[in-house]
Design a protein around this ligand. Structure first.
Ligand code: F6P
Length: 540
């Protein structure tokens, strides 16, 4: 077990004791908040985005120490090593270069290779969008079905949904990830094989869920009358394992490559984003990359004191490791960003949900918080009760998009008002005195129920307008936040060994569900009983 012993860590422990009971409400009281105000001091910009950190339980001293900790932990060194293509994923012996996928600098690693693959994607996407790529009966493509899971699904799905307002109206994008046949079946019910293009996305091209869905999709095409020799018009593959793609039966020229130096959850910028490019077109896809690149440049060059991903990451560490927060919430006040929280769940928890340090010793401190979320205002009418009055403190990232991307502009002030009012309420709370006034003289018993503790920390991220560019910057912001935290925790943010055991045992259980007999005592009594029940049900 290894502790963090950086001097700044120790200073932060002492500092936490000093300010743990301080109240944001007092810090914001006009007499305590002269110019430059907290809002002015703790609002930072980068990559075209702004972040108001002022409603966090931080002082100038807190930020100074957190930045010092980032420096002592070597965030700059790890960041530079990643951009330079060094092996920063040592357990898999890989470089980590999703940033190279959006680099404009011709000297960036693998630049020519990246550009060539993107040109191939663009040529293909344009043919599909222009109706020149046709199905086996000569009809244009009206449906694309992305079959993939995890990083081969969540990023593209999130972006396609977010940028629907700039997507081609002629093409509907569907995403199938779950091995539950219901997922694919529900899509099959909506599509016509003559007008459907399947994009099978899998870095490894061995993932059980994806391969099962891909095979069922192929069977469906054949059942519906697509001749086998015309399947090439309906299937393309994206993978770092092109041999397997061809073995599956996808034509060699329909294979788009990604590389082992792109992690699955960091891959939407590669050919994994083909569904994005078909939906929004190559020019907007370039904008998405440009936004991410802008955030990359900010991350690389801004002093840590004003570096958005570093500040976001370090404030997350402040709550996780000093306040002991178990989870953190992302609440985008944007329906378009509906799938951002689930995308971030993989990004944050698959990257930093680990306890082995890079040197192989175990951590003696917490790492990734549970990441969760739901678009506002929906969450307000579901779980915000707990956030306001429960005994557990959950730090929140609110994301506000200042201008609507749709014509129903009259809704927008209501949306933004809710976002800002929630952060104000989380911060202010309601004191006993205030509650007494609200309850009135006849209802004193109500007072404890309408007191709000307040002092609940929130960050508000501000996006001027939801464009491909701003979305690219927002995603890159979180990617680099994850690197910052992983560096302080001294873990490898780029492997995912934790998913392996379940996969191995899954194969054994799958075989037992259909085998003639299951060897007695092979599993524990609970798993054996579950298998027995399922075997009985499956036989019916
Ligand atoms: O099982 C986890 C995982 O390996 C993720 O890291 C990855 O994004 C997902 O599965 C899908 O993997 P692939 O793209 O190889 O199908």
């Amino acid at each position: 077990m290894t502790k963090i012993t950086f001097p700044a860590w120790t200073s932060l422990q002492a500092h936490y004791e000093q300010i743990r009971d301080a109240r944001l409400r007092d810090w914001f009281a006009p007499e305590n908040d002269p110019a430059p105000t907290r809002a002015e001091r703790f609002t930072y910009s980068g990559g075209g985005l702004a972040a108001d950190f002022s409603k966090n339980r931080i002082t100038d001293e807190t930020l100074k120490l957190l930045v010092q900790l980032a420096r002592e932990a070597g965030v700059e060194k790890r960041r530079d090593a990643m951009f330079a293509g060094e092996i920063v994923n040592p357990t898999e012996g890989r470089a980590v270069l999703h940033t190279a996928l959006r680099a404009s600098d011709p000297k960036a690693p693998f630049h020519a290779q990246v550009q060539a693959e993107r040109a191939k994607m663009a040529a293909f996407a344009t043919q599909v969008r222009d109706g020149k790529w046709t199905g086996y009966t000569g009809k244009r493509i009206r449906h694309i079905v992305n079959i993939g899971i995890g990083g081969s699904d969540l990023g593209p799905k999130m972006v396609v949904h977010a940028l629907k307002h700039i997507a081609s109206p002629d093409i509907s994008a569907h995403f199938v990830s779950n091995v539950d046949g219901a997922d694919l079946y529900r899509v099959l019910e909506q599509i016509d094989p003559e007008e459907t293009l399947t994009i099978v996305v899998s870095k490894t091209f061995t993932t059980l869920e994806t391969m099962t869905n891909a095979h069922s999709m192929r069977d469906w095409f054949l059942q519906k009358g697509c001749p086998e020799n015309a399947l090439a018009k309906h299937f393309v593959g994206v993978s770092a394992n092109p041999t397997e793609v061809v073995k599956f039966g996808i034509a060699k020229e329909n294979v788009f490559e990604m590389w082992d130096w792109v992690g699955g959850r960091y891959s939407l910028w590669s050919a994994v984003g083909l569904s994005i490019m078909i939906s929004i077109g190559p020019a907007h896809f370039d904008e998405l990359l440009a936004g991410a690149n802008e955030m990359d440049q900010h991350f690389r060059t801004a002093p840590l004191e004003r570096n958005l991903p570093v500040l976001l990451g370090m404030i997350g560490i402040w709550y996780r490791n000093f306040f002991g927060s178990q989870s953190y919430l992302v609440a985008p006040y944007s329906e378009a960003l509906h799938f951002l929280p689930s995308y971030l769940q993989q990004l944050e928890m698959e990257s930093n949900g680990k306890q082995a340090r890079l040197d192989g010793t175990m951590v003696e401190y917490e790492t990734s918080a549970v990441t969760w979320g739901e678009p506002g205002t929906n969450g307000q009418h579901a779980f915000f009760q707990m956030l306001h009055q429960g005994p557990t403190i959950v730090p929140i990232d609110f994301i506000a998009v200042l201008t609507p991307e749709h014509p129903l502009a009259s809704h927008h002030p209501k949306l933004l008002a809710n976002c800002f009012a929630q952060s104000e309420a989380m911060m202010l709370g309601r004191t006993v005195e205030e509650a007494k006034k609200v309850a009135g003289p006849n209802k004193p018993e109500l007072v404890p129920h309408i007191v709000f503790p307040g002092n609940r920390p929130t960050t508000t991220l501000l996006v001027d307008a939801l464009t491909a560019r701003s979305l690219g910057a927002l995603i890159a912001l979180y990617e680099h936040k994850v690197l910052t935290q992983g560096t302080v925790w001294d873990i490898n943010s780029f492997d995912q060994w934790g998913v392996e055991l379940g996969k191995i045992l899954g194969k054994v259980v799958e075989a037992d569900l259909t085998a003639a007999n299951v060897e007695a005592g092979k599993h524990d009594s609970s798993t054996s009983a579950l298998i027995a029940r399922a075997r009985a049900a499956l036989k019916k």
